[in-house]
Write a protein that binds this ligand. Structure first.
Ligand code: VGL
Ligand code: ZN
Length: 207
């Protein structure tokens, strides 16, 4: 089984959202092309889904501003603007994303005491979302990922896929993804490559 994992293609991560990724909305046509291609047996979308007052929000830490480093449950944590609060418009998928063809939605980031960049488990690696077990149960052997943001949720999801799904081929679709910080994107791509993730284009994925 071949699966496509769309990471956090949400209003909040697109221009106009609360944590906009530069050019985040530009990936929607490429994502739709992948969704509609018929190349995938299974399509999964992850959704950042924080309760109000989540511990990754700068607003939850008096004196902290967004994009400063703070502490969360004893560990250094990037302080984010309030984003993707459960049931808000900001947490919704991009309105043009072909959501009706998505088979499974994996929400993450509900625990207020820990952030969850990966669609597979929390950042402290303690709590699993269940996505790895789901993909195993579906006999997924090939997993392509893309989405937002390359240097955070896409990277951590790709690295966890390699680690938690031994034997599964994991590929990152670069042009169907965007990142927050250009230097972070470069090192994320290097790190993914070094850990066995293939870096491909959507043209490769559609071939
Ligand atoms: C993300 C920061 C905070 C992401 C989610 O989707 O990459 N980044 N929450
Ligand atoms: Zn988040």
């Amino acid at each position: 089984m071949k699966a496509l994992l769309l990471i956090d293609i949400q209003t909040g991560f697109c221009p106009g959202g609360n944590l906009p990724v530069p050019g985040g909305d530009e990936i929607v046509p490429a994502a739709n092309e992948l969704i509609d291609s018929g190349k995938y047996d299974l399509i999964i979308a992850s959704q950042d889904w924080h309760p109000p007052g989540h511990g990754s929000f700068a607003s939850s830490h008096p004196g902290k501003k967004p994009f400063e480093i703070g502490m969360l449950s004893g560990k250094p944590q990037m302080m984010w603007p309030d984003h993707c609060v459960q049931n808000s418009e900001d947490a919704g998928f991009h309105p043009d994303l072909h959501l009706t063809s998505v088979d499974f939605i994996q929400q993450k980031g509900q625990n207020p005491a820990v952030d969850s960049y990966s669609a597979f488990r929390d950042n402290d690696q303690a709590a699993l979302t269940g996505l790895a077990a789901y993909l195993r149960s579906q006999d997924v052997t090939e997993l392509d990922l893309c989405g937002l943001a390359t240097d955070y949720c896409v990277k951590f999801s790709a690295l966890d896929a390699v680690e938690m799904l031994p034997g599964v081929t994991v590929r990152f679709i670069e042009d169907a993804s965007r990142g927050i910080d250009p230097a972070g994107v470069k090192s994320a791509i290097d790190e993914m490559r070094a850990r066995g993730v293939a870096v491909i284009s959507s043209k490769d994925a559609l071939a």
